[in-house]
Design a binder for this molecule. Structure first.
Ligand SMILES: Nc1ncnc2c1ncn2[C@@H]1O[C@H](COP(=O)(O)OP(=O)(O)OP(=O)(O)O)[C@@H](O)[C@H]1O
Ligand SMILES: [Mg+2]
Length: 313
């Protein structure tokens, strides 16, 4: 299996750029980024990457400049969901050039790193993750040459040439350890939390909100996905699972629910084929919910950014 540092060593100029102070390097590099939002979930496969590409496309359609970092390094899916083929890009001294996606989207993904076909690449968990005791610590990388997840994402954020963008969306792998890593290296405008509505997902989401709160990152909203199945012959949307009290939990935490998405077979199909549902099926109920989630997210993030820029005296 290839590892990130193998790939870096094979860069076009053979060099690797050392980051003395990663947080400062990331802050400087992202100076042209209006706000950064992370998409996270307590459990896997809930629709983060699908939502990331559709929110990005919805906002791009309105003329916003949007970039996406696929920070699910071991199983990146953003490029495929955008209908893009990975073009191997060599890390350069002057930075990593984001791939140009549909509707002007700029995308950085481990899919683009050079090193030949096929992925996966192995990224180790950082031993220092969970040092605050809230997330279980993972074992240290066992292979000396292995670059940690934190170092890999840090370099993607510190070296990618995004230029001026309104919103940077970071699509995370499931679980909060990755969010903990990310929050330690940069200031996030907030986290958009995705969940299914089952009892177990609801419990996991309640716990996730507590952990995210302890990280000092605001949860800007929750999206409920696959709340029911809208089959061809059904007169009404049928529930997919016994539902937990997500609305009660969101209300208690004072976090808005930005949208409820039904299980929509055409969404699964289009996402799988790299077709942007929010564009192709804009007039369907699910298309409208997706666009509305993007609108609300934009409004909330703009309000938060203004509040941070002009603190109450
Ligand atoms: N509302 C929906 N209706 C039908 N299919 C959906 C819906 N939401 C997501 N999917 C499909 O579910 C699958 C999982 O979605 P996705 O990969 O976006 O989840 P994820 O949270 O990013 O997963 P991971 O935790 O592995 O990163 C994909 O095939 C996607 O197209
Ligand atoms: Mg994903």
């Amino acid at each position: 299996m290839r590892i990130f540092s193998d790939i870096e060593a094979g860069g076009s100029d053979g060099s690797s750029v050392e980051i003395a102070d990663p947080r400062e390097r990331i802050r400087t590099n992202l100076a042209g980024v209006g706000a950064t939002i992370a998409l996270a979930s307590a459990r896997g496969g809930v629709g983060k990457s699908m939502l990331a590409v559709n929110i990005a496309a919805a906002l791009a359609t309105k003329g916003r400049k949007v970039a996406i970092v696929d920070a699910d390094l071991n199983s990146p899916s953003v490029l495929a969901m955008l209908g893009m083929k990975p073009q191997r890009r060599y890390p350069m001294l002057e930075g990593i050039e984001p791939a140009a996606g549909p509707h002007g989207l700029r995308v950085v993904s481990s899919d683009q790193l050079p090193g030949g076909e096929p992925p996966p690449i192995s990224f180790a968990q950082d031993p220092e993750d969970g040092a605050n005791g809230q997330v279980p610590a993972a074992p240290a990388p066992t292979r000396p040459a292995e670059l940690s997840y934190r170092a890999a994402v840090s370099r993607m954020l510190a070296q990618s040439q995004f230029g001026s963008v309104d919103l940077l969306i970071i699509d995370l792998a499931s679980g909060l350890d990755r969010l903990s890593s990310l929050a330690s290296m940069m200031t996030l405008a907030g986290v958009l939390l995705l969940t299914h509505t089952s009892t177990q997902d609801t419990i996991a989401t309640r716990n996730a909100m507590k952990i995210i709160g302890a990280l000092g990152v605001p949860v800007v909203g929750i999206v409920e996905n696959m709340v029911g199945f809208n089959c061809d012959g059904c007169r009404a949307v049928r529930p997919l699972w016994p539902e937990g009290d997500l609305h009660g939990i969101a209300h208690e935490a004072n976090v808005p629910i930005l949208g409820r998405l039904a299980f929509e077979p055409r969404l699964a199909d289009s996402t799988d084929h790299g077709v942007l549902f929010v564009r192709e099926y804009a007039s369907t109920p699910t298309g409208k919910v997706l666009a509305e989630i993007a609108n609300q997210l934009e409004t909330i993030v703009a309000a938060r950014t203004r509040a941070v820029a002009t603190p109450a005296s």
